[in-house]
Design a protein around this ligand. Structure first.
Ligand code: ATP
Ligand code: MG
Length: 318
């Protein structure tokens, strides 16, 4: 597939010359028609990257070409092609969903029958036709999120950027939004760049994932390819809570056959091992021997969480 976005050495320093580098030399190719997720923890640089690509923030260096248009030299042409769903809900609370869509549609230069048609189509898509004339401030968080998404789709963009669109909403609304992303790809043939810190969402939705941490893309590929990075290993999570664990204990765990990595984070001791279930009895014996109280044990097949832990030594979860 041809790439629709080419990003080369994109970077951003806030408050130069001494401010933080929020994005460092990002190189990415996004393919037409794919869902690409940027997966990373708080402060990783996801929003900064999206803001640069959507023309809201001037890069400190590097280039991005969106469907043939350089964002620095042809910002208007690039903006026509993209839709943006910002992380923070940007709606007028006193206006209805329909009035919000009308207002933002006009900003995009839509009007007349074309705008009316676009509004109806979007209301249908976000499933808010019934309540389109109520003030947005009376909506639930999930409904507001859906209007926020609708605004980004009004002008039928080829590419849509969605910045953490499921944070802080109920599971049902979340499900709807995830289904909408799939629909945008499959039915509307859009390219979707989706940011999240939820590993499960990235894994479920994406053709490819870029893992971002401290402003750098530390790995990219399909979920399968990324899991290959950590090898065919299992992750054993020994829940130990906040009790003190001596470094010697972790060291002893590392000596057990099959164990390749031991990390202490977020109330867990996380052990990476080949054929993890076989290592389990010995791990538990070693823990008992050291007086470590194990509250529970979980065995996980490799997932993106394991990839992140492997690459950074930290858990992705908050
Ligand atoms: N306007 C700003 N001025 C200075 N620093 C900023 C500004 N905006 C973001 N940063 C810093 O840049 C880094 C990246 O922030 P960014 O908002 O891009 O991360 P993020 O991955 O979107 O995080 P989150 O998951 O919390 O939304 C952080 O260290 C943040 O504190
Ligand atoms: Mg953000």
């Amino acid at each position: 597939m041809p790439s629709i976005i080419q990003i080369t050495d994109l970077k951003k320093q806030y408050n130069p010359p001494d401010g933080p580098w929020a994005v460092k030399d990002v190189d990415l190719e996004i393919e037409a028609g794919e869902v690409f997720s940027l997966l990373g923890p708080n402060g990783a640089g996801k929003t900064t990257t999206i803001s640069m690509l959507s023309g809201l923030l001037t890069p400190s260096g590097g280039t991005a070409i969106i469907d043939g248009h350089d964002i620095a030299r042809e910002p208007l042409a690039a903006k026509q092609i993209i839709g943006v769903v910002p992380q923070e809900i940007a709606l007028y609370p006193r206006l209805s969903a329909r009035q919000n869509l009308r207002f933002f549609g006009q900003l995009y230069g839509l009007g007349g029958a074309e705008l009316n048609r676009a509004i109806d189509e979007v209301l249908e898509f976000i499933d808010l036709k019934d309540r389109a004339n109520e003030q947005v401030e009376k909506y639930s968080g999930g409904m507001k999120r859906r209007v926020n998404i609708g605004v980004g789709l009004l002008h039928r963009p080829k590419i849509v950027f969605m910045d953490e669109p499921t944070v802080g909403i109920d599971p049902q609304s979340r499900r709807r939004i995830l289904d909408a992303v799939v629909q945008l790809k499959n039915e509307y043939k859009m390219t979707v760049i989706y940011t999240t810190h939820y590993m499960e969402e990235a894994q479920e939705l994406s053709d490819r994932v870029g893992i971002i941490d401290h402003g750098e893309i530390i790995a990219k590929g399909s979920t399968g390819e990324l899991i290959q990075l950590v090898g065919e290993k299992d992750t054993l999570r020994l829940r130990v809570g906040e009790q003190e664990i001596a470094p010697a204990v972790l060291e002893a765990f590392k000596q057990i056959e099959g164990v390749t990595d031991v990390t202490r984070a977020d109330g867990d001791i996380t052990v990476t091992a080949t054929r993890g279930r076989r290592a389990l009895p010995e791990l538990i014996m070693a823990a008992n021997h050291a007086g470590v109280d194990i509250l529970s044990v979980a065995v996980h097949e490799p997932d993106l969480e394991a990839v992140f832990l492997h690459l950074t030594g930290r858990a992705l979860r908050e």
